[in-house]
Design a protein around this ligand. Structure first.
Ligand code: SF4
Length: 353
């Protein structure tokens, strides 16, 4: 934890109607709210910068609100500047991470939805750290606004958001759904939900609920094993919602939303990368409703796990493909940036301890 003394509420914690009301109580016309939100989306660094707002209003805003709920604590850079990871302090003295990955035609932000994660996967730095709390919708939105602000200074635009950082998004369901709507709002970042991925370790009732939201987000299931005996160990929530229930729910999601589900598979050498694992996966998934994304494990300090060699990874991917599934291998962005979720936070916690 870092100590943050913050007295003013962040402006982003006000819903659109609340902001409108605050402004109209000060005799401001309705379009002021739109102007102010446009500045937030454009990445204003202070209320003072918002030069099309009257000077009196700017100082009133500065006296009543903070611009963001987040305070950057540490930045870590990798891939010659293409990957940046930020550790933010938030109210209550907690910290969360967000990673920005720059590609030739898109820029993706990997966002956190909770402080720590209650799921406790043994191979994950976040799961091994302490759990704090769920983030509020505006704290999630602020990660995206801050990334957009930093990117616009480089002449880039934030184009994709993935909820694959710290936390289990479906365990913070309302805030995550609200933040998706905010990120998609034209007046704010205007990122289409089709470019937003929400992941889950397998909270089955929430998958069914998400399908009813009419959001068009992509669902990613953190699968990692295709038999219950192994998944019970790797993703402990499996003991509550076993594979048969999970795959039925994600298949229903794909049919209802007409969007393929992405199945994430962190490849752990000698644990879940055998021919048997590939064959089981081939039997488990419907190729028309699924896409498999292999993620070579990112080493975590003091962990008994190991990542695959390039050869064994290629062999595993080929075997899955031969079972009729679409498969991609995610690039290993940001290894020097402590890019596995929770690593930067764990490093800072260790250093401060
Ligand atoms: S892998 Fe995902 S679900 Fe598992 S502990 Fe880490 S953040 Fe939580």
């Amino acid at each position: 934890m870092v100590s943050t003394v913050q007295l003013l509420p962040p402006i982003t914690s006000l819903a659109a109607e609340q902001l409108q009301e605050w402004l109209s109580r000060r005799g401001q016309p309705a379009f002021r709210a739109r102007q102010l939100r446009a500045w937030l989306a454009r990445g204003a660094g202070s209320f003072e910068e918002m030069h099309d707002l009257p000077a009196g209003l700017r100082s009133e805003l500065a006296g009543a609100f903070r611009l963001s709920s987040l305070e950057p604590v540490l930045e870590s850079v990798a891939d010659r500047g293409l990957t940046t990871k930020l550790l933010y302090g938030l109210d209550g003295g907690y910290t969360v991470e967000a990673v920005t990955m720059r590609y030739p035609r898109r820029t993706t932000l990997c966002i956190s939805s909770q402080v720590g994660c209650p799921i406790g996967c043994p191979f994950c730095a976040t799961g091994q750290g302490p759990f704090g709390r769920g983030l509020r919708a505006h704290e999630i939105l602020d990660q995206a606004l801050d990334a957009a602000r930093r990117l616009s200074a480089e002449g880039r635009r934030l184009s994709h958001v993935v909820f694959m950082g710290m936390g289990e998004p479906m365990a913070n369901y309302s805030a995550v759904v609200e933040s998706v709507r905010l990120i998609a709002e034209e007046e704010l970042l205007g990122i289409s939900p089709r470019r937003i991925v929400v992941s889950t370790a397998g909270l089955v009732p929430r998958i069914a609920q998400l399908a009813t939201e009419k959001l068009s987000v992509t669902l990613a299931i953190s699968l990692h094993a295709a038999r219950d005996e192994l998944r019970d160990e790797l993703v402990p929530i499996n003991r509550r919602y076993p594979l048969a229930e999970l795959i039925a729910a994600s298949g229903d999601f794909a049919r209802q939303t007409r969007r393929r589900v992405s199945y994430e598979w962190v490849v752990l050498a000698g644990v879940n990368d055998s021919d048997r694992d590939a064959d089981e996966l081939g039997r488990l998934l419907d190729p028309y409703l699924s896409h498999v994304n292999l993620i070579p494990w990112n080493p975590v300090e003091d962990s008994p796990f190991q990542g695959p060699t390039p050869d064994s990874l290629a062999r595993f991917a080929k075997r899955i493909q031969e079972r009729g599934l679409n498969v991609t291998v995610r690039d290993t962005r940001g290894r020097e940036a402590d890019a596995a979720c929770g690593q930067l936070r764990a490093r800072v916690q260790k250093a401060t301890a």
